[in-house]
Design a protein around this ligand. Structure first.
Ligand SMILES: [Zn+2]
Length: 500
């Protein structure tokens, strides 16, 4: 039997119905194999041909007595009739088509159904079933739940951690393009970015009416990349946005077909932009020299390449393990203690939800990423050793804040950026001499999640806070060609700006 590979034939939601359809097809298969008409079979089993037809079409459940008679007429055991397996590839396709046409998705289409009869040629049947399968798949994508989005995000993080967040192919293409545009070292200028765009056939244009749901819009027909007029607070975001827009072309991205693919493209364009802003052939010698001097510091790396503290910290994760042999972790944490973004290939125990996602989880109050908020002097990085159940880590944290309207990735308010390493690697970093040391036993609730007993005694039953709604992380996305982007807004925008 080769009928088992028809998509969705084991779906449980339509189980009863499917089994009736399969049963009907098995009976029809046996009848035609025996060269019997409906009338002839009806005569043998003492039943009306019209009833048998309903049974064969899965529209009527046969009584046990009738089933027994049919089995006897064909000389097969009852179990042969009741097997869940379609009797042939053709029958499997007929069942799949029948079921698709009885589903809720099909009824919304408003097109006539096709009777999956013997007269339907196999290629037509194959194509119809294929189309129904694709239609169902696309419907699934459009209704991807936040949970699916979180799972896709987690898969990507785990993959990056397994590869030490280092992607040689993006490093190579970035290096080649910045060199071709005349870059030799230091901060990549906006002029050089514009030259890179030019060499790829694009003009960078700054407009103040970009669609709110898009960070940049590329007009492929007219070779234009539209960007916001000014940098967002906290950053040298414009060069990065332009590079990310170029990255979609450089990396030959197609329209994302799933949320996972959308996220992967985001990771790739961010990586490419970072690899252009701090190219490996300049950044690695810089970091190696600092390591030799035991004076590695994210702030120096940031200043040498004119990038944000967060970009520098993230870029360090691309290069430090692969080139310097240093495992490390990165965290961006809000003032409320919720993790916005995290990465670790050094064994730091992130809190996780049931899906394995770490975003939105409250991290330990004792970690540097949160302790740093308590500090008055925030001009320099804050250094701390933290003893955890997974060992001792040294961390360096910088705090900052976004404008109330939020940053390019939706973050807002105060946040902290942390880079940390296991104890044994602290020796390469500035700030290793810090005397600050904390103990974290999280996820043990006694660590920092439970209020102190004396406070509980004083306030239990006397406190009535009104909760704040939590910022949605990876919320459901609007339908459209690009997840999260309002197509109508984008097309209207392009139309308005396109050259006559
Ligand atoms: Zn804790």
């Amino acid at each position: 039997m080769d009928g088992g590979d028809v998509p969705g034939s084991n779906e449980t939601s339509a189980r009863g119905e499917t089994d009736l359809i399969t049963l009907g097809r098995r009976i029809r298969h046996l009848r035609t194999a025996h060269g019997l008409t409906l009338d002839a079979l009806g005569e043998k089993v003492g039943s009306a041909p019209s009833l048998l037809s309903l049974v064969e079409n899965g529209r009527r459940e046969p009584r046990l007595g009738l089933l027994r008679s049919i089995a006897e007429a064909f000389g097969v055991p009852m179990s042969e009739l009741l097997s869940a397996e379609p009797p042939s590839r053709r029958a499997a396709l007929e069942i799949a088509l029948d079921r698709a046409q009885r589903g809720p998705l099909f009824t919304t289409l408003g097109v006539p159904a096709v009777k999956p009869s013997q007269k339907l040629p196999m290629p037509v049947l194959e194509q119809l079933v294929g189309l129904h399968e694709e239609l169902a798949r696309r419907e699934q994508l459009a209704i991807a739940t936040p949970e699916e989005a979180r799972r896709a995000n987690t898969d990507l993080r785990l993959e990056r951690e397994a590869r030490d967040n280092h992607y040689p192919q993006f490093e190579a293409v970035a290096e080649q393009l910045v060199k071709a545009a005349g870059y030799t070292g230091g901060a990549l200028t906006h002029r050089t970015v514009a030259r890179m765009a030019e060499q790829m056939g694009f003009t960078l244009l700054h407009v103040d009416d970009l669609p709110r749901s898009a960070r940049s819009v590329t007009d492929l027909r007219n070779g234009r990349i539209y960007l916001p007029p000014a940098s967002t607070p906290g950053g040298h975001g414009l060069r990065s946005l332009a590079l990310q827009a170029l990255a979609h072309r450089v990396l030959e991205h197609d329209r994302p077909r799933s949320y996972g693919e959308f996220l992967r493209q985001r990771v790739e364009i961010t990586y490419f932009a970072a690899a252009c802003l701090a190219p490996q052939f300049v950044a690695v010698p810089f970091l190696e020299a600092r390591k030799r001097d035991r004076d590695l510091a994210v702030e120096d790396f940031r200043d040498a390449f004119g990038i944000t503290h967060e970009a520098a910290a993230m870029r360090l994760t691309n290069l430090a393990t692969h080139h310097l042999g240093i495992p490390l972790h990165f965290l961006r944490v809000g003032a409320d203690g919720a993790l916005f973004r995290g990465y670790a290939n050094d064994g730091l125990p992130f809190p996780q939800d049931v899906t394995g996602a770490i975003e939105g989880q409250l991290i330990c109050r004792r970690w540097a990423a949160r302790e740093a908020f308590e500090r008055r002097d925030r001009a320099t990085e804050f250094y701390q050793y933290t003893d955890t159940p997974a060992g001792t880590f040294w961390c360096s944290t910088q705090t900052g804040s976004m404008s109330p309207s939020g940053g390019p990735d939706g973050g807002s308010g105060a946040f902290s950026i942390t880079v940390g390493v296991p104890y044994a690697h602290a020796k390469w970093f500035r700030g290793r001499a810090t005397q600050v040391r904390r103990v974290s036993t999280c996820p043990d609730p006694a660590c920092c999640q439970r209020p102190a007993p004396e406070l509980t005694e004083r306030w239990s039953g006397e406190a009535w806070p009104s909760g704040r709604m939590h910022q949605q992380i990876l919320a459901a996305l609007p339908r459209g060609a690009f997840p999260g982007v309002d197509d109508a807004e984008v097309y209207a925008f392009l139309d308005k700006h396109a050259p006559a």
